[in-house]
Design a binder for this molecule. Structure first.
Ligand code: C2O
Ligand code: CU
Ligand code: CU
Length: 459
């Protein structure tokens, strides 16, 4: 779809934007790009540079893009629990940016929120201790009022944390062989095949008809007949994405945003709202090499066709039964609600607790190391409302309940982003391990830029 779009309203009266702009099926003509693991220099310092570039999404045309250490997206930073990370951040863009570590439990001063702009041409050395457990996190810019456009043009990368437990577990972990990152983003290209954010912009969340996985248009992925780990990130500005296998077969979810689940959870479908992650295991030993296996969305649209290696011998290790010791404690369940966060609105008129973001206002305070229960409430409007993916910086939280009901098995694990449906009340247990000023916001990036964000000071 090109040019200006018209917007219809769904049954609730809301702009049903995603359905108006369905994804085009992958034709499977391009090999999926796999981001490289970033190597540190001799002193152990990682360098992450935001830069401008050009990307050949389509044959014979170069599109203007942004990337980290390259033309588009970024490499994977892989860190270990217990180590001190040293990351040199460099801004080679012509505009200010920030480097935000989404899901990382770090002090507010290195969290990379809108308070820490790095001006064009500047650089800075960050140091922080990696204290949290194994997880698939990510990093992206967060400049004041300008997050959506920078992410849209290509700034996003993955951050893996590993620990002794994840290293010891018999899970697929060979990067690019049986352990694949999959960053999903939808984009709208104009007639010149450019990512024209201003033109594509939509206040309720910019969506497009072209799916990029790791920046590849029309991708396919080669796999062997074995257990394959897919680390899914919904890196879209606004689109919710549902994942299924075309055959309807089960796969197993093994991790949430912030860590491994206690045990693999069998699923036939999983929905991720923007910024949510899930790691899943697909057992390709169950399929024949000539079988057509695809990752599809809820409409059956092909997102990613798999090419299964021919002649390979089927090899399927059983999945571990116990992977983690996550629990919501009785004490946490008994805590009263001490913070209420009300999400409300649509288009540019989006608010948290009736207010728009003000960098000079502290909305909430909490003490370091003290667990509090937050209630996130998505208040319906006259049109019915919409899902808001709610995210808190600097922490991984636990979901206690959704509308009073214990969350399903696949949400019984560490989260930093959670989808909240219209009218729904979600109770979460939140603890900060570090001090500083942190953001909490809707992760529809256009809502965030429009001020659907607040600040919490942890002391
Ligand atoms: Cu993904 Cu405020 O962050
Ligand atoms: Cu974040
Ligand atoms: Cu929102």
């Amino acid at each position: 779809m090109q040019g200006h779009m018209s917007h219809n309203r769904n049954m609730n009266g809301h702009m049903d934007h995603e359905n108006i702009v369905p994804l085009q099926a992958s034709t499977g003509e391009n090999k999926l790009a796999i981001p490289a693991l970033l190597e540190p220099d001799k002193k152990g310092v990682y360098t992450v540079k935001a830069q401008q570039g050009k990307t050949a999404f389509f044959e014979g045309v170069l599109s203007e893009t942004f990337g980290y250490n390259g033309d588009l997206l970024g490499p994977i930073i892989r860190l270990k629990q217990g180590e001190q990370a040293a990351i040199r951040i460099v801004n080679e863009l012509k505009e200010e940016t920030t480097f935000h570590w989404h899901g990382l439990e770090v002090a507010g001063q290195v969290d990379g929120g809108p308070h820490d702009p790095l001006q064009a041409g500047d650089e800075q050395l960050l140091k922080f201790d990696i204290t949290q457990e194994a997880a698939t996190l990510w990093f992206h810019p967060h400049p004041h009022n300008n997050t959506a456009s920078q992410v849209y043009r290509g700034l996003a990368g993955l951050l893996y944390i590993e620990d002794e437990n994840s290293a010891a577990l018999p899970l697929p972990k060979e990067h690019g062989k049986n352990d694949f990152p999959l960053v999903f983003q939808d984009r709208l290209f104009n007639e010149a095949k450019q990512l024209d954010y201003e033109h594509a912009y939509y206040s309720d969340g910019t969506v497009g008809d072209t799916l990029l996985i790791n920046g590849t248009v029309n991708p396919y992925l080669e796999v062997k007949r074995e257990q394959v780990r897919l680390r899914l990130l919904n890196g879209a500005n606004a689109r919710n994405i549902t994942f299924r296998l075309n055959t309807g077969d089960e796969f197993h979810q093994i991790a949430t945003d912030g860590g491994l689940l206690n045990a693999p959870v069998a699923q036939t479908e999983i929905t991720l709202t923007p910024s949510e992650r899930a790691e899943i295991i697909v057992d390709f030993s169950l399929f024949a090499a000539d079988q057509k296996i695809e990752l599809v969305d809820e409409h059956g649209t092909v997102l990613l066709p798999f090419h299964i290696e021919r002649g390979g011998k089927a090899n399927s290790e059983p999945l571990p039964k116990q992977m983690n010791d996550y629990a919501v404690t009785e004490a946490e369940k008994a805590l009263p609600i001490s913070k209420k966060v009300e999400l409300f609105g649509m288009m540019n008129m989006v608010y948290i607790n009736g207010k728009k973001f003000d960098p000079d206002r502290v909305d909430l305070t909490q003490q370091k190391g003290v667990t509090e229960v937050w209630e996130i409430y998505n208040e319906k409007d006259m049109m019915g409302g919409m899902i808001h993916p709610f995210h808190i910086h600097g922490t991984q939280f636990k979901v206690i309940s959704r509308d009073g009901v214990e969350p399903l098995a696949h949400e019984q694990g560490w989260k930093d982003s959670i989808s909240v449906a219209p009218g729904e009340r979600v109770k979460i247990a939140v603890t900060f391990e570090h001090e500083g000023l942190y953001m909490f916001h809707c992760h529809i990036l256009e809502h965030e830029d429009s001020g659907m964000m607040g600040q919490i000071k942890v002391e």
